[in-house]
Design a protein. Structure first.
Lengths: 122, 894
């Protein structure tokens, strides 16, 4: 069965690009565009991996990550965090919050695909 | 028959006994066998030096001539001892704590240790006491004369007086100047005087009892005769009587000899308690038989007999020679005790306040503790005593036997009484000043001399008869015995009234208008609060140990510095280990070292205390206080500076906070910019990579991805434009192109520009005709930019099929306001707050094509134009109000 990836991202074009790339890799891709209700959505859909944008409306990706890590069964869920801000302190904060991998936008297509595969197979 | 020789012999024997008693008392005092000497009875008896020969003999004479007037002389002191003992107690306490040696010393000490005051009071005392001594000499001479009436071999009165004066001087010198006691106490003399007090009391009582029960037939007989014989027209409680009471009350405090026995010779304050009833009792016994003797004397002695000698002549007339001899001894005791004590008191004053300062001034002596000064002081005392008795003798020779001498007692009283205001108010009124005291005493003394003392010589001395009758310079207001035309029959009452009133007036008014020196203030406090402070007499340790000095040095200089100093000194003294010897040279070095730390005065006082060199004087304490004040001032300045520094630090902290906040805002802005730029770049990079590397995508997808790249590139450009525009507007370097422009046209152009982005949409715009009539003077392009932004938003976020935009305008004198409202979904309350902030991402599902800088730019433009743009809450859609100033002074608006 194909592994499922949830894109938490509010930029439609980026969702479109990632969906195109990951679907082609044989993954089941879905998207969620708001910070609000995101954690509940993850609990409900229980994806194999999450690509989490840092800047989201209503609730930041960092906050979602922290809440998620506190829920039983989601402590080890692979989370790849994306940020367009590119500040070093964000990377540090994310690592402390238990992020699996941290990437800055814009990203290289090859690199993000390779990283997602690595995270899924671990 | 008592002959002159026998009387002289009795006198000599009596003097020998006195001599023995005095010598014994001195011995006891030195051996500290003081129990008897310290008895309050001895103290009380010594106070009876108040009763001189003038009272012993004169009271009877006065009673015979003036009735009960003599009682006033006893009532005054009684009132003081019974009712005003607390005043005496204060005097005694001050005398003790301040080591007062005389009344002159007391006044001088109270007013800042003024030597001028001391000299003035001393001179006053000498002038006032000399006639009094002369009076005693006269009494003694007269009483001797009683026994020499039939004796041709007896010496003349002048010789008698001279011999008496010499004898008294010798006695006083021997016992009054034997040693220099710091407290000026003379136990030998006081004991002798106490003995004399007993003798005179017994003598007077003996004469009295003899007269009442052996000459007359008991008290009843006396009283019956008194009605006939005693003068009747002199009342008690008239003005003269009150004046006399006042004067005698003053005398008990102010007369030098009284001050000597009451204050200086006092051994313990508790003695006053006994004296307060025992002395009045003594006085009562002394005057008990005055009237009976006066009555009987007038009855039995021939007309024209001198009533002043009744005490002596009545027993003689009755053939009672032993009682007469006792009476003579009583009179002799009264006179000698007065003269001796007065001479001691005056000589102390003269030598301490006149001779010694002169000597010190002449020799510039620096060390007042040397033996040299001691011998000078003793010699000056002895010479003073001789001089005072000589003065008394010559005064007696000059005026002897005249009426002037008889009345001089009261006149002298008033002279001395001039120190009363300075003394009395000095004890209770803190602000009494040196200048005030000096002014009061000098004014009072002048009035006294002019109105009473000089006229008492008749027209023979200084004041002519013409002056006495018509006033100085012929001014009747200046008549000596009726100043300002106030006619008081009794010159004594007149003089007391004027001298005391003007003395008090001068004293108080000058005190009020002068500001005392620090030392004066301190002494004033010491005197007025003498009971407020516990007087701890610190005994200086006589032996200095280096340990003490080392401990002190450690406190002042610190451990290392003190150690270094002492070690160096020890080495210098050849003592490689241990502390150096406290040589005077070392102590001086130490003091100098300390002075650097604690100030010279403090250092001197501290080292003085420890080394026992001397006690700390008031002047030193004042200097210490001055230094402390300087330190406190310095510390206050430091405190002020520290406060100022704290305030500056606070300002800096505030500025720093502001800068930190600004820096934070800048970081946030850059972070936002980064995000805004990176987001479209992500899409562009991702899609272009797909297009580059993938041959498998179809044509349709290719076109779609390409259009995304195109859109995102445009978005990037817009963002950059907006950011640049905004930072340019914020920089304040905006150059406005002000011109006249029709408002209606401006709005139409804006609508046209906005619509090009939405050419597919149908839009309805309502512009009132009023717009066409309004002309603005403003930067039209910038204002149009604002309207384009608002119109674009109204269309872009509108969910209706046909967006409707309504314009309206309102004019005031200063500005006009344009409102733009639409029929869209409006702005949520939460968003209304952040709508003008940069990069504000609205929650209400705004399209991502917005950068979030549009309204920020609008607000910035309006600020540059001197107006503003605000969101106006309304029920339907969104409404913005743009306020444009009538005359755009936009450039200054910032």
């Amino acid at each position: 069965m194909a592994k499922s990836v949830l894109l938490v991202e509010d930029e439609p074009f980026i969702i479109e690009a990632l969906s195109f790339l990951l679907t082609r890799e044989g993954l089941n891709v879905s998207a969620f565009m708001d910070g609000d209700g995101c954690v509940e959505h993850i609990q409900k859909t229980n994806p194999d991996l999450i690509v989490l944008d840092m800047m989201l409306p209503n609730k930041s990706g960092m906050q979602i990550l922290e809440e998620l890590r506190a829920i039983e069964g989601f402590a080890d869920l692979p989370v790849l965090m994306l940020t367009a801000k590119g500040q070093k302190k964000d990377r540090t904060a994310a690592e402390e919050a238990g992020v699996s991998l941290f990437m800055t936008k814009p990203f290289s297509n090859k690199e993000i695909i390779r990283n997602i595969h690595t995270l899924l197979s671990a | 028959m008592l002959t002159f020789n026998i009387v002289a012999g009795i006198c000599l024997a009596y003097v020998a006994i006195l001599f023995g008693v005095a010598a014994l008392a001195e011995q006891w005092a030195q051996k500290n066998k003081m129990t008897f000497l310290k008895s309050p009875i001895v103290y009380t008896l010594s106070i009876s030096v108040y009763c001189t020969a003038w009272t012993f003999y004169g009271a009877v004479g006065s009673a015979a001539r003036n009735g009960l007037e003599f009682l006033a002389i006893y009532v005054g002191p009684t009132l003081v001892f019974v009712g005003w003992w607390w005043l005496l107690r204060k005097l005694v306490r001050i005398g003790r704590t301040q080591r007062i040696t005389s009344i002159a010393d007391l006044i001088s000490s109270r007013y800042g240790k003024s030597n001028l005051l001391a000299v003035v009071v001393t001179l006053l005392a000498v002038i006032g006491t000399t006639p009094y001594i002369a009076l005693q000499l006269q009494s003694l001479t007269l009483s001797f004369a009683v026994f020499t009436e039939n004796n041709a071999n007896a010496p003349s009165p002048a010789i008698t007086a001279l011999l008496i004066a010499i004898g008294l001087a010798a006695f006083t010198v021997v016992f009054g100047t034997r040693n220099l006691d710091a407290n000026e106490r003379h136990h030998g003399v006081v004991t002798a005087i106490a003995l004399e007090a007993v003798v005179k009391l017994i003598a007077l009582l003996a004469v009295g009892i003899f007269v009442v029960w052996f000459v007359a037939d008991g008290p009843k007989d006396i009283l019956q005769n008194a009605e006939e014989i005693m003068p009747k027209d002199t009342g008690v409680f008239n003005s003269r009587w009150v004046t006399l009471t006042f004067l005698s009350a003053t005398a008990i405090i102010c007369l030098p000899r009284m001050f000597q026995v009451v204050v200086v010779e006092n051994d313990a304050e508790s003695h006053l308690a006994t004296a307060s009833w025992a002395f009045p009792l003594y006085l009562f016994l002394m005057c008990l038989f005055v009237v009976p003797i006066a009555v009987v004397g007038q009855e039995i002695l021939p007309e024209g007999s001198n009533p002043d000698l009744f005490v002596l002549t009545v027993p003689l007339a009755m053939g009672q020679e032993s009682i007469a001899a006792l009476a003579f001894l009583g009179g002799f005791s009264s006179a000698t005790s007065m003269v001796i004590v007065a001479a001691i008191a005056l000589s102390t004053m003269v030598s301490n306040h006149i001779v010694l300062p002169l000597w010190l001034y002449r020799t510039h002596a620096r060390n007042p503790e040397s033996d040299d000064v001691r011998s000078i002081l003793l010699r000056s005392r002895r010479i003073s005593i001789a001089g005072i008795l000589a003065l008394g003798y010559f005064y007696y020779r000059f005026t002897g036997g005249t009426s002037a001498l008889a009345s001089i007692g009261l006149i002298a009283f008033l002279g001395i009484a001039q120190v009363l205001p300075a003394l009395f108010f000095g004890l209770f009124w803190k602000n009494a000043s040196r200048s005030g005291a000096l002014a009061g005493i000098l004014v009072g003394f002048t009035i006294w001399a002019y109105t009473l003392f000089l006229p008492s010589f008749g027209d023979s001395f200084l004041l002519s008869k013409d002056t006495i009758e018509n006033g100085l310079f012929g001014l009747s207001a200046l008549r000596p015995q009726a100043l300002l035309g106030v006619e008081i029959e009794d010159p004594l009452v007149h003089a007391v009234f004027w001298s005391m009133c003007l003395n008090l007036f001068a004293f108080v008014s000058v005190s009020l208008f002068t500001s005392p020196k620090p030392l004066e203030n301190l002494q004033a406090l010491e005197f007025t609060n003498v009971f407020g402070r516990t007087s701890q007499r610190h005994m200086p340790s006589q032996i200095t140990t280096s340990d003490d000095l080392f401990i002190l040095a450690q406190r002042i200089l610190g451990r290392t510095e003190a150690g270094r100093l002492f070690e160096a000194k020890a080495k210098e003294q050849g003592k490689p280990s241990g502390l150096p010897d406290p040589t005077s040279e070392f102590i001086i070095t130490l003091e100098r070292e300390f002075a650097g730390s604690v100030g010279a005065a403090t250092a001197h006082a501290m080292v003085g205390q420890i080394s026992g060199r001397d006690t700390v004087s008031v002047e030193e304490l004042i200097a210490v206080a001055d230094e402390t004040a300087q330190v406190m001032e310095y510390s206050a300045r430091l405190e002020k500076q520290s406060k100022e520094l704290a305030a500056t630090a606070k300002q800096l902290r505030r500025a720093n906070n502001k800068l930190t906040k600004l820096s934070q805002q800048k970081d946030d802005f850059l972070s936002q910019v980064s995000h805004e730029l990176r987001t479209p770049m992500t899409s562009i990079r991702s899609f272009s990579a797909i297009l580059m590397n993938d041959g498998e995508i179809d044509r349709k997808q290719f076109a779609h991805f390409s259009s995304i790249i195109n859109d995102e590139s445009q978005r990037l450009t817009r963002i950059l434009d907006d950011i640049l525009d905004l930072s340019f507007l914020e920089s304040g370097k905006v150059k406005l192109n002000l011109e006249n422009r029709n408002l209606g046209k401006l709005i139409e152009q804006s609508i046209t520009a906005s619509q090009t982005a939405f050419d597919t949409k149908e839009i309805k715009v309502n512009i009132p005709t009023a717009f066409q009539k309004i002309t603005l003077f403003t930067d039209a392009d910038r204002l149009a930019q604002v309207f384009i932004n608002l119109i674009t938003n109204a269309i872009k976020y509108n969910d209706k099929d046909v967006p409707v935009i309504d314009f309206s305008v309102a004019e005031t004198v200063k500005a006009l306001t344009v409102t733009i409202s639409d029929n869209g979904p409006g702005v949520s309350e939460a968003d209304q707050e952040i709508i003008f902030e940069k990069f504000s991402k609205l929650s209400s599902g705004a399209s991502s094509s917005g950068v979030g800088l549009g309204l920020s730019i609008c607000a910035e433009i309006m600020r540059n134009l001197g107006g503003d743009v605000v969101f106006t809450p309304s029920k339907t859609g969104a409404m913005f109000t743009v306020t444009i100033p009538r005359t755009s002074k936009s450039r200054d608006a910032r």
